[in-house]
Design a protein around this ligand. Structure first.
Ligand code: F0G
Length: 448
């Protein structure tokens, strides 16, 4: 049987590279993808594999417990699976969100919470795969640019695999929780002046010159791992395909991986229809939205500005790949304001789930798309919450204290001028004198 190989994205000609060639772009600068030699499985094979996935879900073997490697038949590039690095990631829950459903005007609404991963974000699905490939290739030093989650994930998986890691982060723009993870897991942490896009540009060049292994989502093996987010989700849904998936869009690796997953699942006969994918960007970091609205496939980078730090990206690496997802799934792109993100985030919170602000674009986007009539209230919709509440805790506290500004930085604590005005749906902390009777009286008045 033919094996997997690398090729420039959407290459129809003969250009191909072996899996063990360390490169991220073709000679003419296109990003690469893993081409898998899938064919349509027989009905029996599909049934057997579905049974096997069920069985592995009940196993304690890390390779079976992992929400990535449980589905290894969809990851032939990593065969013979003798170098797997797993924590084990995945197994992230799908929650009902009744309050968010009411807020968005949906009959019901669900969220798959990828923040429930070992390092707190969806990156662990992709990182398990890419670090596994790094191990197969004998890599000793890995690197990435990050707004927080990639660095935490890469540092952890590199540590597990006994590799050194270097992270490039935008100075003053990374949340302490994430910085503390990278430091704790032993990554050399380089703060650079400039934003994520600058850090990305620098890390690509540094990796080229020093032969370091780059682990941003430009690395095609990250995308292979992130495919399993959708495979796991459909498994959890007993292979019933929802009408819509809503995901935040930053560097656009995740949305790219989702389209690839659906295409391969259709090709192999696992599913016969695909959900529509809605990608939501922040208004201040919206190059994909602009391209979608203008119906041109051209990337016009923007100077990104949003408090949703995870998607503060103006020059996304996987722009073309995410266009494939939009077209393949008859998807769409929407943008949401800072106010809409903040309001949606507070609703996710009262569903008892919590997320960082980029994830809240999904609920905000859902509300907007229902209002526009693109999503029907009776549609089945899954919002993909990509990161844990504890990524940007400053944001959450500022939101509840009504002190949320677009132009504030944690380091300087300088309050900005552009206030993000929400709708009073807040839960500010209160100060009460340290006296039992006064406190009891206060609780009686305010709670019961
Ligand atoms: N949500 C979260 C929580 C993220 O951390 C990121 C990206 C995204 C969404 C955007 O996903 O790039 O696949 O469109 N975080 C990167 C990082 C930039 O460095 O952690 P995408």
């Amino acid at each position: 049987m033919e094996t997997s190989y690398l090729r420039p994205f959407c290459e129809t000609g003969d250009i191909r590279y072996p899996l063990n060639e360390i490169r991220y772009r073709s000679d003419d600068g296109r990003i690469l993808e893993v081409a898998n030699p899938f064919e349509k499985f027989s009905t029996d094979t599909v049934a057997r594999l579905k049974g096997l996935f069920d069985k592995r879900s009940g196993s304690w073997k890390p390779v079976d417990r992992s929400g990535v490697w449980r589905y290894r038949e969809f990851l032939p590039a990593f065969e013979p699976f003798d170098a797997i690095v797993t924590m084990p990631e995945g197994n992230t829950p799908i929650y009902k969100m009744p309050r968010c459903a009411e807020y968005t005007g949906m009959n019901s609404l669900k969220a798959k919470h990828l923040g429930c991963n070992p390092t707190g974000s969806f990156k662990d699905y992709g990182m398990s795969a890419a670090i596994t490939m790094a191990k197969k290739l004998g890599i000793t030093i890995v690197a990435c640019a990050s707004t927080g989650n990639t660095s935490a994930s890469m540092a952890a998986y590199a540590a597990r695999a006994g590799m050194k890691s270097i992270v490039f982060i935008p100075e003053g723009q990374i949340a302490y929780g994430k910085l503390s993870q990278a430091l704790d897991y032993g990554a050399l942490t380089i703060q650079i002046e400039g934003d994520f896009d600058k850090a990305m540009e620098i890390v690509e060049e540094v990796c080229k010159q020093r032969n370091l292994y780059l682990l941003n989502s430009i690395n095609p093996f990250r995308i292979e791992g992130q495919k399993t987010i959708m495979i796991e989700m459909l498994h959890q849904l007993n292979w019933e395909v929802p009408d819509w998936i809503i995901a935040p869009g930053g560097n656009l690796g995740n949305s790219s991986a989702f389209g690839k997953a659906f295409a391969e699942m259709v090709l192999t006969g696992f599913i016969d229809k695909v959900p529509r994918v809605a990608i939501i960007q922040a208004e201040g970091a919206n190059p994909l939205y602009n391209s979608f609205i203008n119906k041109d496939h051209t990337l016009h980078p923007v100077n990104a500005d949003t408090r949703a730090s995870a998607i503060k990206i103006g020059n996304p690496v996987s722009f073309e790949k995410s266009w494939f997802t939009i077209e393949y799934t008859s998807g769409l792109v929407e943008q949401v304001s800072e106010e809409e993100i903040a309001k949606a985030k507070s609703r996710i919170g009262i569903d008892g789930i919590g997320s960082e602000p980029a994830s809240a674009t999904t609920v905000a986007g859902c509300k907007k798309l229902v209002e526009k009539g693109a999503i029907k209230p009776s549609d089945s919709v899954i919002c993909i919450l990509t990161g844990h509440l504890l990524k940007d805790p400053d944001y959450t506290v500022e939101l509840h204290r009504d002190e949320l500004y677009l132009d504030v930085t944690r380091e300087t604590k300088v309050r900005g001028k552009k206030k993000i005005v929400t709708d009073g749906f807040r839960n500010s902390p209160v100060q009460v004198p340290a006296d039992v009777d006064t406190i009891l009286e206060f609780i009686k008045k305010n709670v019961c």
